[in-house]
Design a protein around this ligand. Structure first.
Ligand code: PEP
Ligand code: MN
Length: 339
């Protein structure tokens, strides 16, 4: 930590601050400038006390305290310099392979899900997405088919061979959801529900953590840290747009998170342009940008008849749109060094 002292304080006041720093387990190094004195406090900031209270404890002497170490540990590049790869069935995410996870926003019926699974598989997707438990803003909107939806996902998995990703909404359902899915999705609205993150981590399944509606990147990394800290190394970050002042799109898809997550952490990053843009007509462009910027996978909503979807109709792609997108994405995937 860097502690900046106020100008013209007495030696006695300075000594009191130094004594407190030592008491808290740090070794202080005093640097005396012309106008100010700066103290470098050496010690592990993650295991020692937080020195930020010096500002309020010594208001006459201490101007500011700046931490140097990051608050996250296991998730950081420093802890794990190489990219983490996540094995899911026969697939590996985060390495050379590029993956597309596609399917309806909500699982609605056997026919809807199986048709969609066949269509996205034929177009080249490797994962089937679909919500069985839906986090809806209004309690009067479709809440998902629950376990029946999970069983349909499992059936679609058996029929098509696609791997499955679906959302976990409640700690009580962690074991049940884990039984039917290959990746557990934690939605934007639950991204800082730490007990849910721990329950998801403990199932042992890979966890895809969406970015919260108004979540800072540091908060997102710390939420991911919960999964790794609970002995589950298989975490994927998923950017799905954040709330801004803009209303043209449903959310503002923050593609800057791709290089930032890659720099700060070793975990793969998935981009969800469907929730991000909220409009099917913008999804293809966002996908191409995401691939070019180094995303490891895409999560895309596809529905047999978007106009009649039970949730998120405006942003779901038709089968034709999706098949066209998958063709157009190929050169971008190759240019990004992926296959
Ligand atoms: C979804 O994937 O359908 C969904 C509800 O996502 P989010 O949590 O990002 O809103
Ligand atoms: Mn959706």
């Amino acid at each position: 930590m860097i502690i900046v002292l106020k100008p013209r304080i007495s030696r006695k006041e300075e000594q009191a601050v130094l004594k407190e720093i030592r008491k808290l387990g740090y070794i202080p190094h005093v640097m005396r400038g012309v106008a100010r004195t700066v103290i470098g406090a050496i010690g592990d900031e993650l295991t020692h006390a937080n020195l930020e209270t010096l500002v309020t404890q010594f208001p006459r002497a201490v101007e500011s305290v700046t931490p140097i170490q990051k608050r996250y540990k296991l998730i950081s590049r420093e802890a794990h310099p190489a990219n983490s790869t996540i094995r899911v069935r026969e697939h590996v995410i985060g390495g050379k392979q590029f993956h597309v996870m596609a399917g309806p926003c909500s699982v609605e019926s056997e026919k809807q899900l199986l048709q969609t699974a066949e269509a996205v598989k034929a177009a080249g997707a490797t994962f089937l997405r679909g919500g069985a438990f839906k986090p809806r803003t209004s309690p009067y909107e479709f809440q998902g088919l629950g376990e029946k939806g999970l069983k349909l996902l499992d059936k679609a998995r058996r029929v098509t061979g696609l791997a499955v990703i679906t959302e976990l909404l409640s700690e009580n359902h962690a074991e049940m959801v884990a039984e039917y899915t290959d990746i557990i999705q934690i939605g934007a609205r639950n991204s800082q529900n730490f007990q849910l993150l721990i329950a998801a981590a403990k199932t042992g399944k890979p966890v895809l953590l969406k970015r919260g509606l108004s979540m800072k990147i540091e908060e997102w990394l710390l939420a991911g840290e919960y999964v790794l800290a609970n002995e589950n190394p298989n975490l994927l970050f998923c950017e799905r747009g954040i709330r801004t002042f803009e209303t043209y799109t449903r959310n503002t898809l923050d593609l800057s998170t791709i290089p930032i997550i890659k720099r700060e952490s070793h975990c793969p990053i998935v981009i969800d342009p469907s929730q991000g843009a909220g409009r099917a007509d913008l999804v293809a462009a966002m996908c191409k940008g995401a691939v070019a910027m180094g995303a490891d996978a895409l999560l895309i909503e596809v529905h047999p008849n978007p106009a009649e979807a039970w949730s998120d109709g405006a942003q779901q792609m038709s089968f034709d749109m999706f098949a066209k997108l998958m063709k157009e994405l190929k050169p971008f995937i190759t240019a990004a060094g992926r296959e």
